[in-house]
Design a protein around this ligand. Structure first.
Ligand code: UDP
Length: 147
């Protein structure tokens, strides 16, 4: 009897190596983990994002106490923005990144292995990864409109 083969669709996610990660020289390490996991890079750029882009990127957090300091931090220096592709890459990169709080993030994850609290709670946690297909599409459109 033949079995039905369900082919999972390719997904894309937006990853940012935040200014703390770039300043600490960890961009290569993050990219290496994404590639070693088997995902494919489809876009890559180093840039210092302006306030307008960051306001759109973090629109869901507007009004929260950490919003203004977060936008200031994210604009404080270059970030590496990239798009990675693969089946279930959105979930897969979130799993590579680990929990938001780098102190609590599991060892083996990017935040758990390389991050810590620098006195600003969870603000500086090295990486961003889209959290859903809808967010990924929106964020890729913001950072890489040509894709
Ligand atoms: N953040 C912060 N203070 C908080 C919560 C979040 O500065 O109390 C920052 C942190 O850099 C985090 C980002 O806001 O990565 C987005 O928060 P979210 O809850 O979406 O976490 P993530 O999806 O990045 O794990």
């Amino acid at each position: 009897m033949s079995q039905a083969v369900v082919s999972e669709p390719l997904e894309r996610t937006l990853v940012l190596v935040k200014p703390d990660g770039v300043r600490r020289g960890l961009a290569g390490e993050v990219i290496g983990r994404i590639e070693a996991k088997g995902y494919r890079l489809v876009a890559l750029d180093l840039r210092t994002p302006d306030a307008a882009l960051l306001a759109e990127h973090y629109a869901e957090h507007e009004g929260k106490p950490f919003y203004a300091p977060l936008v200031e931090f994210m604009g404080s220096g270059p970030v590496v923005a990239l798009v990675a592709e693969g089946q279930r890459v959105i979930e897969g990169f979130r799993s590579l990144a680990g929990a938001t709080d780098p102190t609590a993030a599991a060892p083996g994850t990017i935040r758990g292995d390389l991050g810590r609290d620098w006195g600003l709670a969870v603000q500086q946690n090295l990486v961003h990864g889209s959290d859903s297909p809808v967010s990924a599409a929106r964020e890729i459109g913001l950072w890489f409109p040509a894709l």
